[in-house]
Ligand binder design. Structure first.
Ligand code: SAM
Length: 326
């Protein structure tokens, strides 16, 4: 995932189709369809740069009825963008890419497990806060035909996350102990708000039925004990929230698929800020997003670089399906 809004639209859609949408044939077809369609590119280019992102435009079109059929088939992406542009545009401007991917907990878990327990988790760019609950989910890690199962202390969770691994990540016997959790988001989503949950579901790519099922199960689980989410910019709101974390727990500030939405200056300000905090910092972002973290050669197209305190520890599939431990 590249920094958002910094690439010409045509390149952004071509890159999305060729590299980023590997496990969604519909998104691949749609993104490449847009990249070859001057009329639709012209419409998208009337949006502010940060709003032209394929994930957001496509989700807005699906919100207004685009069916997962080939790009030019009536009812598919092209016809909805052209015929319903005014409402699609309104949705793009009113909402944001807030995909809350619980699968990412599977790639974060081994890093969290290496830290002194118990943990105080603080996620910046938390969306609805579903990835603040790594201790409440069940995990199955696969390496060849061997699997490791990790369940919460009180038994298997209704949220089950599968992850294939390469290398030797320190997979724990139990999830970490979390004694405090809180998040920051420009627009925190409330797990009790059906409209917000419907938008989260629309952001999941069409073929990804497993991700929709995980999302539904996680929303159900988190509704029983919703997280504390602070509305605000992550750089501005972070110091005050850090002050509220219990001193006796290890503070972990983490983020996945968030810094790409910040301008380069703000990303640098955040990195300076987080490096000066007590505790630890976990970054799970595209390798171009935090240039101060040196990235080794990636093992697959478009993985996230997982780094602890600015040091790369693994490559991670963007939705948490795979982990390549370094
Ligand atoms: C793609 S979502 C990822 C959500 C979550 N981290 C996950 O992995 O599932 C990005 C989130 O970052 C939030 N965000 C973007 N820029 C932000 C900023 N400057 N301050 C706080 N939150 C921000 C968005 O509102 C959105 O909820």
């Amino acid at each position: 995932m590249r920094p958002v809004g910094e690439t010409p639209t045509v390149e952004d859609y071509r890159d999305f189709g060729e590299r980023q949408s590997g496990d969604s044939p519909t998104f691949r077809d749609w993104a490449l369809g847009v990249a070859d369609d001057a009329e639709v590119l012209g419409l998208i280019d009337t949006l502010p740069p940060g709003k032209r992102q394929p994930n957001l435009v496509v989700a807005a079109a699906r919100w207004h009825g685009a069916e997962p059929v080939p790009y030019r088939v009536p009812g598919g992406l092209r016809s909805v963008l052209l015929d319903r542009w005014n409402v699609v545009r309104e949705t793009v401007l009113a909402r944001a890419t807030q995909t809350n991917e619980v699968g990412r907990c599977a790639t974060l878990l081994p890093v969290l497990a290496t830290l002194p327990q118990p943990l105080a988790l603080l996620e910046v760019g938390a969306s609805a806060g579903l990835t603040l609950y790594p201790d409440r989910y069940s995990y199955r890690y696969f390496s060849g035909c061997v699997g490791d199962k990790v369940d919460p202390v009180d038994g298997p969770s209704p949220v089950e996350l599968d992850c294939s691994v390469e290398g030797e990540p320190p997979i724990p016997v139990r999830p970490p102990e979390v004694v405090w959790r809180a998040g920051i988001d420009l627009n925190p989503l409330d797990v009790h708000d059906d409209d917000a949950v419907a938008w989260l579901r629309t952001l999941v790519w069409p073929e990804h039925h497993d991700r929709r099922a995980q999302l539904a199960a996680a929303v159900e689980l988190v509704r029983a004990d919703p997280p504390r989410l602070v509305r605000g910019d992550l750089v501005e709101a972070l110091p005050a929230l850090v002050e509220q974390a219990p001193r006796e727990a290890t503070l972990v500030v983490f983020h996945s698929a968030v810094l790409a939405y910040l301008p380069a200056d703000d990303r640098a300000r955040f990195v300076d800020l987080v490096r000066g905090l007590p505790g630890h910092w976990i970054s799970n972002e595209g390798p171009e997003v935090v240039p101060s973290i040196d990235a080794p050669e990636p093992p697959a197209p478009d993985p996230f670089l997982l780094a602890l305190d600015g040091r790369p520890v693994a490559w991670a599939h963007g939705h948490g399906r795979a982990l390549w431990w370094l």
